[in-house]
Design a protein around this ligand. Structure first.
Ligand code: DX5
Ligand code: ZN
Length: 217
């Protein structure tokens, strides 16, 4: 079982000063940060691109967990790898060659991840489980921070965790959406080791206490 990791989502940070948001994470000794990339097609929202990731890379030693919410992620993995992403995760829902894109992410020197939306069954990613470093189960419909946690995703999380154990696989199991000090432990109990937290981290008055609690699970 992996040690738990908190990946604060910079989506909930200060977009006029992303550097200070990243530094507030790093200064607490949190190793990861989650970067949400949205194209306005796969999800009805837009964020930022490789240029911003490269600028953050210059001021940060954090592990960049880059979540691509794009219709054509295969077109953008190289720019994000070159910009300094450490892990690039891609959604299963759009039609493209998932297997070769996952392999290409590794060739570019990054870890890879596969992501499922709430409406997508675990079986959709089952054939890819031995080809990934991380599985990300969305616990909200992606596009916006601050939405309520989808508790009905817990059986799907548990099923993926069970496959991991039965097959002796070592991918990380990550959740994203509505994760806080209440919902996090429910996910931990289902087998999650990697927690994205936007609102509950950046909205907290005592971020150090939040980081400490997540690290203790
Ligand atoms: C949503 C993004 C999330 C978002 C989570 O589409 O993928 O990473 O930042 O935000 P919270 O933690 O506020 O639900
Ligand atoms: Zn995300």
């Amino acid at each position: 079982m992996h040690a738990t990791v908190l990946a604060p989502s910079i989506l909930a940070g200060d977009h006029a000063n992303l550097a200070s948001s990243a530094q507030s994470v790093e200064s607490l000794g949190i190793p990861w940060i989650h970067l949400d990339i949205m194209d306005g097609h796969f999800v009805p929202n837009l964020t930022f691109g490789p240029q911003t990731v490269a600028a953050l890379r210059k001021i940060s030693g954090l592990f960049f967990d880059t979540h691509l919410m794009l219709d054509e992620p295969q077109r953008y993995i190289e720019p994000f790898a070159k910009a300094g992403s450490n892990l690039i995760s891609i959604h299963i829902e759009p039609v493209y060659d998932h297997t070769s894109t996952l392999a290409r992410i590794r060739e570019l020197g990054c870890q890879n991840g596969i992501v499922l939306n709430p409406g997508t069954p675990a079986e959709a990613i089952e054939p890819l489980l031995d080809k990934v470093d991380l599985v990300l189960v969305m616990t909200v419909q992606p596009g916006f921070g601050g939405q309520p946690f989808r508790r009905d995703m817990l059986p799907k999380i548990a099923r993926i965790a069970r496959w991991r154990e039965e097959r002796g696989l070592t991918f990380r199991l990550e959740v994203d959406g509505g994760i806080d000090l209440k919902t996090g432990p429910e996910c931990r109990a289902a087998g999650v080791d990697t927690f994205v937290a936007g609102t509950s981290f950046f909205g907290a008055s005592d971020k150090a206490a939040v980081a400490k609690t997540f690290a203790g699970w």
